[in-house]
Design a protein around this ligand. Structure first.
Ligand code: NIG
Ligand code: FE
Length: 415
C-alpha cells in the first residue's frame, strides 16, 4: 500500500509518455532499441527535482494529495530531455568562410591541412577572454535548452596548450553553475597538433598535462584520424589517461578506416564516436567490449558526405548506439537534437523509436549518466519535455522545426 503525497509538479494527460526506461540498467540494443516504454494517457509527478510517480494519469492522480503546479499536457508527447553526448560547445568565432570553400568542393581534412578548420577556431579561442567565451557558451547552451537538450557533454580542444585547454574546461564548469543544464566535461587536447610545434613535442606536452587536467575533466578523447593522431599515438595518450582514472572516448573512423574502433574496444572506452568508416572487425570489437557507438548524422549531412555511419549494421550486430549533435563551428553548427533524430531516420534508416532512445537513454549511457538522466523513471532527475505533437512518429517527421513547448530541468520549469 503506497501512501499519498504532496508533489511540486504534476504533468497529466500525455497522449504518449515516452519513458525510454531501461531493462537491466543496460544500454538498449537490438530489438530493445525500438521499445520506448510508452504509457498512453500518461502522467508524471515531480518532487524536490526528482521523479516520484509515473504511470497512467488516473493512477498517478490517486497517489497525489496535492501538487503545487499541475500541467495539462493536452494529449501531447511527454518525454525525457535530450542528452547531447558529444559537443564542442566552447569556442570563439564562426567559420562561414569555410562553408563557402566546402561548397566549392574542398574537403574537411584539406581545409584543416591548409591551417583552417580546427586551427582557425583555436586561434580565435586563444585570443578570447574567459568572459567572452563564457557568454558565447551560455547563449549556445540556453538555445539548446529551448530545443529540449537538458544534459550536454562538452569537449575542450580549441586551446591546444595546457593553459588554454584548462581555460575551456573551467568555462564548462562556470556554465554548469550558471545554466540549468548538466554538463559533462571531456579533455580533447589531442584534437589536432597546434601550429609551430612538432607532433612529437605536442604529444609529450599532452602526456605531461594529463595529471594536472584530471580534476577538470571526467573523460579523455582523441581525434584518431589519418594525418591527425595515429592508432599508436592515440593508444599512448588514452592508455595513460586511463591509468590516471579518466573515462575514455574516441573520435573514431570519421574520414578513414584506421581500426580505431578495435582500439576503443581493447581500451574499454565508454564510447567510440563518428564511425562513418568503421570496419566489420571494428563493429565486432565494439560489441564484444560494450563500447557505445555515438553516431553524428548532422556531421555527414553538413560536410556533404555520402557516408553515414552504418547504423543498421551496428544495431543488427548488437552494438548499443547513441545519437548526438557534435555541435561545433566546423562540421555541425546546430543546436537541434530533434533535427539529428530526423537525420538519423532519413539518412541512417533508424526508426523514430530507435532514434529517440539513442538520443536519450543510450546517450546518457555514453556519458555514464544513465543512473540520473535519459529516461523517465522514479528516482531520476526530473528532466522532462513536452512536445507539440500527439505521437512520437511526428518527432522526426517534422524537419528542422522546434517542437518543444515545455522544458522541465531538475524539477524546475525553465520554458
Ligand atoms: O567532431 N572531427 C574532429 N572534430 C570535430 C570538428 C571540430 C571542428 O571542425 O572544429 C568533429 O567533427
Ligand atoms: Fe566531435
Amino acid at each position: 500500500m503506497s501512501s499519498k503525497i504532496k508533489v511540486d509538479i504534476l504533468i497529466i494527460n500525455a497522449s504518449e509518455l515516452l519513458t525510454c526506461n531501461t531493462i537491466n540498467k543496460k544500454p538498449k540494443t537490438g530489438k530493445e532499441l525500438s521499445n520506448l516504454g510508452i504509457i498512453k494517457n500518461g502522467a508524471i509527478a515531480i518532487k524536490d527535482g526528482k521523479i516520484v510517480f509515473i504511470g497512467k494519469t488516473s493512477d498517478v492522480r490517486k497517489k497525489i494529495i496535492s501538487a503545487k503546479q499541475t500541467i495539462d499536457a493536452k494529449n501531447k508527447v511527454v518525454m525525457p530531455g535530450f542528452v547531447d553526448c558529444h559537443t564542442h560547445a566552447i569556442f570563439a568565432g564562426s567559420r562561414e568562410n569555410e562553408f563557402l570553400k566546402k561548397l566549392q568542393g574542398v574537403s574537411y581534412l584539406n581545409i584543416l591541412k591548409a591551417g583552417g578548420g580546427i586551427l582557425s577556431t583555436v586561434q580565435k579561442t586563444r585570443k578570447a577572454s574567459k568572459e567572452e567565451l563564457f557568454q558565447a557558451g551560455k547563449e549556445r547552451l540556453l538555445k539548446m535548452l529551448e530545443y529540449g537538450t537538458t544534459t550536454i557533454e562538452i569537449k575542450s580542444g580549441y586551446g591546444l596548450t595546457f593553459k588554454d585547454e584548462k581555460k575551456i574546461l573551467e568555462i564548462a564548469s562556470m556554465l554548469e553553475k550558471n545554466t540549468p543544464l548538466d554538463i559533462i566535461k571531456t579533455y580533447l587536447g589531442a584534437h589536432t597538433v597546434p601550429k609551430n610545434t612538432s607532433k612529437e613535442k605536442y604529444i609529450k606536452e599532452i602526456l605531461s598535462s594529463l595529471e594536472k587536467i584530471k580534476s577538470h575533466a571526467e573523460f579523455c578523447d582523441v581525434f584518431c584520424e589519418k594525418e591527425i593522431f595515429s592508432i599508436e599515438e592515440t593508444k599512448k595518450i588514452l592508455t595513460y589517461a586511463k591509468q590516471l582514472g579518466f573515462k575514455l572516448k574516441l573520435h573514431s573512423e570519421q574520414c578513414t578506416t584506421l581500426h580505431s574502433a578495435e582500439l576503443a574496444g581493447s581500451l574499454k572506452a565508454i564510447s567510440a564516436d563518428h564511425l562513418e568508416h568503421v570496419s566489420p572487425s571494428g563493429i565486432q570489437a565494439l560489441k564484444k567490449n560494450n563500447v557505445i557507438g555515438v553516431l553524428l548524422p548532422g556531421v555527414s549531412f553538413y560536410l556533404m558526405g555520402d557516408k553515414y555511419a552504418p547504423a543498421r549494421e551496428l544495431i543488427n550486430k548488437g552494438v548499443a548506439i547513441a545519437i548526438a549533435s557534435d555541435f561545433n563551428p566546423g562540421s555541425c553548427p546546430s543546436y537541434n537534437m530533434q533535427l539529428m533524430i530526423s537525420l538519423a531516420c532519413l539518412k541512417m534508416k533508424l526508426t523514430p523509436s530507435e532514434a529517440i532512445n539513442a538520443a536519450t537513454i543510450n546517450a546518457a549511457f555514453a556519458i555514464d549518466r544513465a543512473h540520473e538522466v535519459g529516461s523517465l523513471e522514479i528516482g531520476k532527475k526530473a528532466d522532462v519535455i513536452i512536445l507539440e505533437i500527439d505521437n512520437h512518429n511526428k518527432l522526426p517527421y517534422f524537419f528542422g522545426i522546434n517542437l518543444v513547448e515545455t522544458v522541465v530541468k531538475n524539477g524546475k520549469i525553465i520554458i
